[in-house]
Each structure stands twice: as C-alpha cells, then as structure tokens.
Design a protein around this ligand. Structure first.
Ligand SMILES: Cc1ncc(COP(=O)(O)O)c(C=O)c1O
Length: 387
C-alpha cells in the first residue's frame, strides 16, 4: 500500500462486535487482569494505559508503516520521545555526536546528560562531510541528526552518514520531523531509530502535542517499550485519536504546503527587504542536489527561512504587522506561523555558533500552512513593506 492509503487504513482497527473501523478513544486507565495477563495486539501486556493503550497502538501502527519500521511507540511530546530514546540508548561513557544546528531543546538535553552523567557530547559543523569525518575521528556511540535542519534547512546525506555509522558500529538516530515520511524514510537507509514531533506535520493542526519513536527490530521495541513504561511518557488516548485523524491528510497537506512554500521562497528571493532565503527547493540552494537524490518526491517541505535587512527591529515590525500569518513558535500545522528562531527553537544554541550558522537577529522561519498561497504572499508583502 502507498502512503495515502496507509495514512487512512494503516491502523488496522476493527471491532467485530459493532463493525467499527474508526479507532475509538479508549479512555480507560485500566484493563481487566486475571491469570494470565491479557496480551495486547502487539504481544505486550495489556493491563494499564501507562504501558499500552489500544487507541495509541492504532496510531503507532500507522506511523510504523509510513516510516517502514518494525514498530512505533508514541509519546506525550517530541521531547519525551527524544529523552526516552537517549536514556535508553546511552550507557555510562557514551559519546553522542550532534551537529551544532539542531532543535535547541535536544541540544540542551544532551548538555544536561553530559553535566549530570558520564556522557560526552561531540559537536560538529552541520555538513555531511564534516559529520562523516568527525564520526571516523572520534568514534561516537550515538549520532543524532535531523534530516532537514532547523531553522536554516540544511539537508544531510542520511544514507552516507548511516553507512559510516554502520561500518563503525554506532547508532544513528534521525529526527525526521521536518521531512516527514512523505519525503524520506531513514530506516530504509539504515538509521537505527526515527523520531518525530507529532505536534508538527503528522498531527498537523496545531492543536496537540505528541511524539513518536520508530524502531526497526523487536529488540529495540522491547527496550523502548520498557523505558516508556518506566519514564511514564506514553501519548494519551485523546491525543492519539487526534493524531490518527490528522495523519489521514498528511500527504495532501504536505504537498500543498510544499508547493506554497516554493512559491513564497521565489517571492522572497526577489524582495528588496530580504537579504537571504533558505529553501532547499530553490535552484540556487546548495542542498537541492542532495534533496533530489534522497527525497521520494520533488517537493521540499513547507518551511522557508529568510533573513530580513535591518535585523531585530525589522523582525519586530514584521511580527506585529502580519495578519493571516501568526507569530508563533511551531510548524507543520494548518495555520501559517512565523517564528523568530533566536527566541524559540535556536534559543539554546550559543550566540557565537548561531552567528556561524546564519541564525542571525534578522532570521525568520515561516511554516507555511494550508491557506491560499496568494493570500500568504500578499500578507508577507504588506508586512515587508513596513521595513
Ligand atoms: C525538529 C524538532 N524535533 C523535536 C521537537 C520537539 O517536539 P515537541 O515540541 O513535540 O516536544 C521539535 C519542536 O519544535 C522540533 O522542531
């Protein structure tokens, strides 16, 4: 089956008694327990919703299939997925390699693991060649990357990085939030684990927080299932229901916002108030060749970043002036959102590194929503005319 069909039917839910094929919300903390304990459809114990819940499981089935994984486990946030994965995979003395450009809270988590436990963070410039050289040089245990970086939208050659990791026996974790399974499936190219902030494209409506971890074998499923049970970060049934509903339209939403984003990037590129546009779908982007090599479709995602002339004071005017586009810190939902990275996702990246990466006080990140493309361009045009 292909993505759109999997998004709608991949949960495989069917209630024989009532003929129901839409997964309901199992708002139950507990399940009947006699001897032996009841088994879930996954084959784990089903007795308590901190461990396993049928609505959450229905959502997990869809994501496992979309990401071509063995199975998936949903969490109550993207960060909860990331922290459970890192805790599960890290041992005393582990070395974790991360690019400088990464979701700031992920970096902060690794910094705290380093401060509190015997874990070493190795930071590297966000470029495929630098990452591969650093893996060979320092022999990390874990390499953690995002397929498309946030906010300057660099794209790594994940198959090349995965090959190096596998040759040297380190685990590759890929945060695929920006690319989504519509563009790319890291597990197919040998990543060990894939993570999503479900809050973004997968749920897609800016109304729930969630996360998911995709694994490629039973061993990792058992490991993560146990850590989720112990840390207590499972997704709640209502959020799972909303995510099941949201993911049904993932592909059409992602195509629509990618096409709008491309048109907006072209518009921004020619605007006199704009110094630089970061969008991998532009012909002049240095990341277009790797995107064309890796991605399943010739679309490049719904996020466009751009630097305006005049720095923070111009940004301030634009954030006040946009009408349809909302100034807000997330991405991947129906509403277009304009984010100021230095006060949100990139806040925890040290200032001198931010400057090296182009995350300046004039940089804005636009997550293109489902509104009419021309309305969005007109909104940006009127906001930019004020600087
Ligand atoms: C790439 C990426 N990964 C992970 C996260 C964390 O997800 P959540 O906010 O759902 O905890 C975010 C949040 O912005 C993100 O952008």
């Amino acid at each position: 089956m292909r993505e759109e069909t999997l998004s709608v039917h991949g949960h495989e839910y069917f209630d024989e008694e009532y003929g129901v094929f839409i997964p309901p919300i199992y708002l139950s903390a507990i399940f009947e327990q006699k001897i032996p304990t009841r088994q879930s459809r996954r084959g784990t114990e089903l007795k308590y919703s901190r461990e396993e819940n049928p609505t959450v499981y229905s959502f997990e089935k869809i994501i496992a299939k979309l990401e071509k994984g063995f199975d998936a486990l949903a969490f109550n946030s993207g960060m909860s997925s990331i922290s459970a994965t890192l805790i599960a995979l890290t041992k005393s003395g582990s070395k974790i390699l991360v690019p400088y450009e990464m979701y700031g809270t992920t970096i902060q988590l690794i910094d705290l693991l380093q401060q509190k436990f015997d874990v070493k963070k190795i930071s590297v410039y966000p470029d495929t060649k630098d990452i591969i050289e650093e893996i060979k040089r320092s022999g990390p245990d874990i390499v953690f990357i995002e397929t498309i970086t946030n906010p300057t939208l660099r794209i790594f050659d994940v198959p090349e990085i995965a090959k190096t990791c596998n040759d040297l026996g380190c685990s590759l974790i890929v945060d695929n939030t920006f690319a989504t399974p519509i563009l790319y499936n890291p597990i197919e190219h040998d990543a060990r684990i894939v993570i999503h902030s479900v809050t973004k494209y997968i749920a897609g409506h800016n109304d729930i927080i969630g996360g998911v971890v995709v694994v490629k074998n039973q061993e990792d499923l058992n490991l993560l299932w146990d850590w989720r049970r112990i840390l207590g970060g499972i997704m709640q049934p209502f959020e799972a229901y909303m995510a099941i509903r949201g993911v049904k339209t993932l592909k059409i939403r992602f195509e629509k916002t990618s096409n709008s984003a491309k048109a907006i990037a072209e518009f921004l590129k020619d605007h006199s108030a704009v110094k630089e546009v970061y969008y991998p779908g532009l012909d002049e982007s240095p990341y277009k060749p790797v995107a064309d090599k890796m991605f399943k479709q010739k679309i490049y995602g719904g996020v466009v970043s751009f630097e305006v002339r005049g720095g923070a004071s111009s940004v301030d005017k634009i954030l006040r002036k946009v009408k349809i586009i909302k100034p807000s810190p997330s991405l991947g939902g129906s509403e277009s959102l304009l984010t100021y990275p230095i006060i949100s996702a990139s806040k925890y990246i040290p200032e001198e590194i931010r400057k090296r990466l182009g995350i300046t006080d004039g940089l804005l990140r636009l997550s293109v929503g489902l509104e009419d493309t021309e309305d969005l361009i007109e909104d940006l045009s009127q906001a930019l005319s004020t600087i």
